[in-house]
Design a protein around this ligand. Structure first.
Ligand code: SF4
Ligand code: SF4
Length: 450
């Protein structure tokens, strides 16, 4: 496999302080399992799973506890053995309420996994897709889109290139980084399975140049993979992990406005998703846990923890030695650019939670937003070629139609505009509010039509 330097630089983007050194050298470790886990039914994009167990039921590790509840949905499995205490409401990291299956854990080695597919090459594409769906695999880079759907593009959208996303461009986060260093062989296997399902002749692995040990591990693990395979080294720049920017950086192809990655003949899968595919197909293990980076200047011992879903943020922090220097000023689920501030440490982990960031008061700035001074910095920084200043003003004036007219829905909520804005305008909040209004309007119109 050859290693090449990306010849393409996407427009805009920023270079924040990365602070990855806090956790990047910390090998993946387990944690003392909590007595009770609240496993959310909404850990993915689309309809929440429907609980299929009730209080008093006994479950094994891997038992189906939430059934897929629509075309865009995913099943949920018990991450530990135990007894179902209740079906209760919890708040997810994004602050949305959802149902959770509360499991009181018991010590048990019994599992309820699927049959391993040892000779996966002999299985049909439909069998492999069914396994990925049954295992509840969704995109683990943050979006949570069901992987089975992503690997099943329509006939008129042939895919020639699979890109494995190992950019992990968010500051502080190192979970994908550690997965590449420690599990590159399993990632290779998951990539080969996904590539064979898609029939993609080309495979690219995209990693930013601030992860030399991950680059070395992937180069070694992918030696001997047949066909057009290369590792593309990206210059470190945020948001290289975003699908559209990554497709451009790797292939030079641009996703058309309003279009999807598959319009360019590419599918992008996160490296941790590739690992999950390998586990499900080769070992029969459903998606029940993931690596979470617990980091920041307000936690004692930053670490990368393999945590079963439903573990509370408090348990993760306890496993890292607790707070450093008193209560943090801010706890963020995810990274500082695209993450969500969480209001309660009882928040349970899920399939898309790659990090918990604890920041001391010294790291959190308080600003008063001012009027736009038309400096244009946000326009220069926007990787989607939008005009954030105008979009924000449309949304502030409740002119949602006006914002939609200048492509608000193309905003990827990367936060680059807000990062550079000298007037400290809450640009991302405006984008999120405007997009939510448009989605609500579209849903209402659809309901009326149906
Ligand atoms: S948050 Fe949206 S508008 Fe702002 S820079 Fe990112 S894509 Fe552009
Ligand atoms: S960066 Fe801020 S102040 Fe400058 S144009 Fe954009 S919104 Fe206005």
């Amino acid at each position: 496999m050859q290693t090449i330097k990306s010849p393409y630089n996407f427009k805009g983007g920023i270079h924040p302080a990365y602070h990855k050194e806090l956790a990047s050298g910390s090998a993946i470790q387990g944690l003392p399992l909590p007595a009770t886990l609240s496993v959310p039914m909404s850990q993915h994009l689309g309809a929440p799973a429907k609980p299929c167990v009730k209080a008093g039921d006994e479950v094994k590790k891997g038992t189906l506890i939430g059934a897929q509840a629509g075309f865009i949905s995913a099943p949920v499995h018990a991450p530990v053995a135990g007894k179902v205490n209740a079906i209760a409401e919890v708040l997810t990291a994004s602050g949305r309420p959802c149902q959770a299956v509360v499991i009181e854990r018991v010590e048990s080695d019994e599992t309820d996994f699927m049959q391993p597919m040892t000779n996966w090459q002999s299985r049909s594409k439909d069998e492999l897709l069914a396994r990925i769906s049954e295992a509840g695999i969704v995109g683990m880079g943050g979006a949570g889109f069901p992987t089975k759907i992503k690997l099943s593009p329509p006939m008129d959208k042939p895919i020639d290139t699979l890109i494995l996303n190992g950019a992990e461009c968010e500051p502080y986060l190192t979970s994908d980084h550690r997965m590449m260093v420690e599990h590159a062989r399993e990632i290779r296997l998951g990539a080969e399975i996904a590539r064979s399902i898609l029939g993609a002749k080309t495979l690219r692995i995209a990693i930013e140049d601030n992860k030399p040990d991950a680059i070395a591990a992937v180069e070694k693990a992918f030696e001997g993979v047949a066909g057009d395979v290369a590792l593309t080294v990206l210059r470190t720049s945020y948001p290289h992990g975003s699908e559209k920017q990554q497709i451009y950086a790797v292939t030079g192809r641009e996703v058309p406005r309003g279009g999807l990655p598959m319009d360019t003949g590419c599918v992008v899968e996160n490296v941790s998703t590739a690992f999950a595919i390998s586990e499900a197909v080769v070992k029969g293990i459903p998606l029940i846990q993931r690596v979470i980076t617990v980091t920041g200047d307000a936690v004692q011992n930053p670490a990368n923890l393999m945590a079963p879903f439903g573990t509370s943020y408090q348990s993760l922090i306890d496993a890292c030695g607790g707070f450093r220097g008193g209560r943090p000023a801010k706890v963020i689920s995810g990274g500082p650019m695209m993450g969500f501030a969480v209001s309660s440490l009882a928040t349970p982990t899920g399939k898309t939670a790659s990090g918990v960031l604890l920041l001391s008061p010294g790291r959190v700035s308080q600003y008063t937003s001012q009027a736009c001074i038309s400096c244009g910095r946000c326009v220069d920084a926007c990787p989607m070629r939008l005009i954030p200043s105008e979009l924000s003003q449309f949304v502030e004036a409740d002119d949602i139609e006006g914002a939609e007219g200048i492509a608000l829905m193309d905003c990827i909520e990367c936060g680059s505009c807000a990062f550079v804005c000298p007037a400290h305008r809450p640009l991302v909040q405006h984008m999120r509010r405007g997009k939510a209004c448009i989605m609500a309007q579209r849903a209402a119109a659809k309901a009326k039509r149906d």
